[in-house]
Design a protein around this ligand. Structure first.
Ligand code: ADP
Length: 282
């Protein structure tokens, strides 16, 4: 049984008696505490890059620097500005998701388009992150164009689905060292549901962290997150989008071997082309 907090109010009657009124305010207080935590977290996340940025400004103002040094400082300043920009972008996305009605069930998005965009983004990010690193690029595998075509359509908001699925692919790329592998699959199950699956050969996530990684600003490895442009809000956004689409997010991970993030779409959200169109059948 959960602890219960009550607010108590004594209501006086004219004859001197009093009526004790009590109200359960546990949920209210919890919501208020979460809001306070969130504001504190946001403030901290903004203050850190801002402090670094101000430090660089001061250095530029007070020290005589060579042109190369100046250029280096400006690059670092721009990184911090981008960090704040990403944070604001993700905060806006979260608040928009929270304030808007669930996406339409009557708009259909081609799975092949979603997969192709995820692949383009994932490969571009991999190229960016491995350009200055020795070793091999990531080995990235996606379903073939034919398989993607046969996967049909999913009901919902194209932009939201796109950003959520790409986020899982991007995370796999960001947390997997160069030379590692990332495999993306779209599997249709016998019961008619479908699974979008991203498997990586990255560091994996300890079991004690797993239940918390979709919380806002929860990070297992703060520096890896920051170095690769993470805001700590990505999975919170993914979870929101997935839930709004009647789907479920699952995570399985083995430390030292890698992680698998899966989005399960229920049959009611899917539409597959007739077999004759997909070229199947005897
Ligand atoms: P971030 O911007 O920090 O990546 P996310 O919400 O996307 O924020 O992820 C939360 C945390 O979950 C990350 O900081 C990281 O510790 C962990 N994480 C997410 N994806 C992976 C992955 N594919 N492999 C290992 N750890 C991951």
């Amino acid at each position: 049984s959960r602890p219960v907090r009550v607010s108590v109010h004594l209501h006086p009657y004219g004859d001197g008696r009093k009526l004790l009124l009590s109200r359960d305010v546990t949920a209210l207080e919890q919501a208020e505490a979460m809001r306070r935590d969130f504001v504190a977290n946001v403030s901290h996340e903004i203050r850190t890059p801002l402090t670094v940025l101000m430090g660089f400004v001061e250095t530029l103002q007070t020290l005589q620097l060579s042109n190369e040094e100046r250029a280096r400082y400006l690059r670092m300043m721009s990184q911090q500005a981008v960090r704040m920009q990403n944070l604001v972008q993700d905060l806006l996305t979260l608040s928009r998701l929270e304030g808007s009605p669930p996406p339409s069930m009557h708009e259909w998005v081609a799975v092949s388009t979603l997969l192709r965009r995820c692949e383009d983004e994932g490969r571009a990010l991999s190229a960016l992150l491995t350009q200055n690193q020795p070793g091999k690029p990531h080995q990235i595998t996606f379903p073939t164009a034919e398989a993607a075509q046969a996967a049909g359509q999913v009901a919902g908001n194209a932009a939201e689905l796109q950003s959520a699925l790409a986020n899982l692919v991007n995370n796999a790329v960001r947390y997997t060292p160069p030379g590692g592998s990332i495999t993306v699959a779209w599997d249709v199950e016998p019961d008619g549901s479908a699974r979008f699956m991203v498997r990586d050969s990255g560091p994996g996530i300890e079991p004690e962290h797993l239940p918390r990684i979709t919380e806002r600003f929860y990070r297992v490895d703060r520096s890896r997150s920051r170095d690769t442009g993470g805001t700590g809000l990505g999975l919170a956004i993914v979870k929101h989008v997935v839930q709004r689409h009647g789907a479920a997010l699952q995570v399985a991970s083995v430390v030292g071997q890698g992680s698998t993030f899966t989005v399960v779409f229920p049959p009611s959200r899917l539409r597959t082309p007739p077999r004759s169109l997909s070229g199947g059948g005897p």
